[in-house]
Design a protein. Structure first.
Length: 155
């Protein structure tokens, strides 16, 4: 029987599946929807728990790194201050030696050498402090990059 693409064509009855078969199919669709929804909710809850655990671990690691860096920077500052004080003492002693030596060239040369050594010690103390600050920044940068990668994976 040919079908015409016209509104004027006679209507033909459509055949439906028996009512019992339709009810079974509808029931299966509803049950599969409920099961699928339960699985989706369970998966989502598991992902959220895992994400929360990762964020807590990141926070714990950041706190321990901050504590370690704080301890290191405190020690560095104290060491740099002690070295700077020692350098200042050596420098003042060198100046005193230079004054006492007066015109004696050998005493003046020794005082100048001591002053240079004190200045070099002060520069070394500052460079040690700068190197430890650079190391602290590198660790902070690595932690920040790791956090960004973990957050990208979590999303």
């Amino acid at each position: 029987m040919p079908t015409h693409d016209s509104d004027l064509a006679p209507l033909t009855p459509t055949r439906h599946l028996p009512r019992a078969v339709r009810r079974v199919v509808e029931s299966l669709i509803v049950i599969s929807g409920l099961i699928g929804g339960g699985i989706a909710i369970g998966y989502y809850a598991g992902v959220q728990q895992e994400r929360q655990a990762r964020l807590e671990e990141i926070a714990r690691l950041q706190e321990s790194y901050q504590t370690a860096l704080g301890a290191l920077s405190g020690k560095t500052e104290r060491s740099a201050a002690k070295v700077a004080d020692a350098a200042a003492s050596v420098s003042s002693a060198a100046e005193a030696v230079a004054e006492v030596a007066g015109k004696a060239d050998s005493a003046a040369a020794t005082a100048k050498t001591a002053a240079r050594t004190a200045a070099s010690a002060a520069v070394t103390a500052q460079s040690v402090s700068a190197a430890q600050e650079q190391e602290r920044r590198a660790v902070n940068s690595a932690v920040t990059k790791a956090n960004a990668r973990i957050q990208e994976r979590a999303q």
